[in-house]
Design a protein around this ligand. Sequence first.
Ligand SMILES: *Cc1c(COP(=O)(O)O)cnc(C)c1O
Length: 408
Amino acid sequence: MGHVNDLQAPPAAERLAVIDLDALRHNVRHLVRLVSPARVMAVVKADAYGHGAGPVARAALEAGASWLGVAHISEALALRSAGINAPVLAWLHTVDSPFAEAVAGNIDLGLSGWELESVVAAARELQIPARVHLKIDTGLGRNGCPPDLWESFVGRALAYQEEGLLRVVGIFSHFSVADEPERPETDLQLERFRTAVAVAEDAGVDHEVRHIANTPAALSRPDSHFDMVRVGLGLYGLSPFPGQSPEQLGLQPVMTLKTTIANCKEVPAGQGVSYGLRYSTAEPTTLALVPLGYADGVPRVGTGGPVWVDGTVYPVVGRIAMDQMVIDLETTGIAGTGKDLVGREAILFGGAGLPSVDEWADASGSINYEIITRISGRVQRRYTDTGSSQEAGQGPAEPEAAPEGSEA
Ligand SMILES: *Cc1c(COP(=O)(O)O)cnc(C)c1O
């Protein structure tokens, strides 16, 4: 049993993150058109923001993305192990990062300073030139070479390039406030970036790609596109701008988070709900139990977040627990009393007509990036994919991998 080719329906998933690869490809094509002739790097770090790096990377490449981007070398190596051979850039390293494996795996490495020596040592040992992108800190204050050290950093890299130990493929940086287009710091960062590129070119760097734009800059600052944009959030169909919906930006949300109602019961007025009894029913009502909690990645502080059941949206009442949360069917004023909802689909967020990731972000004092990324491995991923004949492959985090023509 258990052959990959079994055409049996997969077992019903009790908790599902449905990943709509058609929506993902739509988003990629939209972004590719928007930034052309600049290229698109699909950022698939953190298991593609919780969507599954393998299937997302394949669909993104198929829809026109040219590069992949991740934070960790281990994430890049996982893409290689999944048989993906497109250019991959990894940019966040520690002294324990597997630089030799990265060089051997043809992974592009973003470098800010000290890593240069480690990467060169690996290249020397392997007799394979490393492919590197030099990062300038234009104002974010995280990684990146400080501007006053840039010229000497570039000089060292070029010396190693002369020795045949590396090739400077790219120059890059990262924005700090591109999601707030009215702020002036983005202009300043762009100016510093242009200066850094000019310094590198004058020193003899013959780069393939200059890149600084993330999703908000890709959408709002054509002057930031250079040769490539690195988009994460936009791939997943979410908006980086408060007050602007995905639809307004031409994007379609990719993830739908759902389960089924696990219990439903009538309770009297004054019934306390969940740990701490922070909620008490105002009148006799019906409570429904939604079997998702913070162990599934739903923020504990997300009380009030929306749950769609049967076309009605109910706010979560009381504390969200590790495994579960409660909705009060009276809260909307349409008496759910006596209604048995056990087994009905309960959707926390999804695409058009459903509650949004942004509503969960607002309820939790967080941002949409965090809500999707923290959906845990306890929630099964299922891929819907009508627009491609290719298999919906396995996410590295999830062994369940049957190609899916439709959701459960
Ligand atoms: C995560 C990340 C991105 C993608 O940012 P989005 O806002 O999701 O598009 C781009 N570049 C770097 C360096 C990142 O860390």
